[in-house]
Write a protein that binds this ligand. Structure first.
Ligand code: TRP
Length: 337
């Protein structure tokens, strides 16, 4: 089967505002991959019920959902080509989760990373192992399995931290198929996003909201400038020749510069002609140029809420049509035709 015939599905958990690292590492590759599938075979959704496990303020989840939806549309996701929806608008997913739970050994959940991390932290603190753990966190992998199996997905592009969840999904699918000696669920494969696509943050660590080292994606020029000017440097003078590979501004620039501009910066650093102020200015200018058309679209969607909502509702309608048909077939195979 060629990629274009496969069903590709990805979810994004709305737990914060997206940044440039997300764009390079997740948003752009997801949209590109989605555009290689046949129409209607790319599923992209916002996993708001997954977010609810960690964020109880629903207005925050709504705001981040709106932002993420606007970002994906601004970055080129075509809602006519891709099925683009909000998880909570497709209740069939939650029915399927209950069904899957009947076949999922509790022990598998004990081993899931997110839950184990909470248990380890509690053990360290000397409090009860399940302190602060809700059932949503505990059964997180079954909801994710349901997201994936609901649409009989073939490929699930994920970051490293989500690989185990896709493996659990495969195991759940296999065990159900095994019980009934029927191919009830397709076994999905994960496709791992390249580490090469990771952009360092302004302090040199991986760009991450929790480190407070991000370059925001679609903020004002002033806010972008503030972030870019804060990129870590040292106190070497301009004229001292520098190896560009050791310069953080250059590392970040790699993620967006054209080959010519990149070489211009590299040569300037090597020859001691460009100082940190100059290279930061180059980065800022090119960054703004690269994102400004997308930022305009983003702002359009953010200020045209009804239009944005209509797009998500249209996506949910398409998703539900497929989900309800699949659910009928799945149930027929289990309870009898
Ligand atoms: N758990 C994923 C994350 O935290 C988001 C997600 C939910 C997802 N359901 C999914 C990703 C299904 C891929 C497929 O990033």
């Amino acid at each position: 089967m060629e990629l274009k015939d496969k069903i590709v599905l990805t979810g994004v958990k709305p737990t914060g505002t997206l940044h440039f690292g997300n764009y390079v590492g997740a948003i752009k590759p997801a949209i590109e991959l989605g555009n290689q599938t046949d129409e209607g075979k790319h599923f992209m959704f916002i996993a708001d019920y997954h977010a609810l496990n960690q964020e109880k303020d629903g207005s925050n989840i709504s705001q981040w959902t709106k932002e993420i939806a606007s970002v994906y549309l601004a970055c080129g996701l075509d809602p006519k080509h891709s099925v683009f929806y909000r998880q909570s608008d497709v209740p069939e997913i939650f029915e399927l989760q209950v069904l899957l739970s009947a076949y999922t050994p509790k022990g598998w959940m004990n081993k899931a990373h997110a839950y184990k991390a909470s248990v380890d932290k509690n053990n360290e603190k000397g409090v009860h192992v399940d302190d602060g753990v809700n059932m949503g966190l505990y059964t997180y992998p079954t909801l994710m399995a349901s997201d994936i199996l609901m649409f009989q997905s073939d490929i699930v592009p994920v970051g490293k931290d989500q690989v185990q969840h896709v493996e659990i999904t495969r195991d759940i699918a296999s065990s159900i198929n095994h019980v009934y000696e029927k191919e009830i669920f397709n076994k999905p494969e994960y496709s791992l996003k390249e580490d090469a696509a990771l952009v360092p943050g302004t302090d040199g660590r991986k760009m991450s909201k929790s480190y407070g080292n991000v370059i925001p994606l679609f903020k004002t020029d002033k806010e972008l400038k503030k972030a870019i000017m804060s990129i870590a440097t040292d106190s070497r003078p301009i004229e001292e020749p520098k190896d560009p590979e050791e310069i953080l501004v250059y590392e970040i620039y790699k993620a967006l510069a054209t080959p010519e501009r990149l070489e211009e910066m590299a040569a300037g650093l090597r020859e001691g002609k460009l100082g940190y102020g100059h290279v930061k200015k180059m980065l800022l200018e090119d960054y703004i140029e690269k994102i400004s058309a997308m930022r305009e679209k983003y702002e359009y969607y953010m200020t045209h809420e009804d239009e944005l909502e209509a797009i998500l509702q249209e996506g949910a309608k398409k998703a539900r049509a497929i989900a309800s048909k699949n659910l009928v077939e799945i149930k027929a195979k289990i309870f009898g035709e």
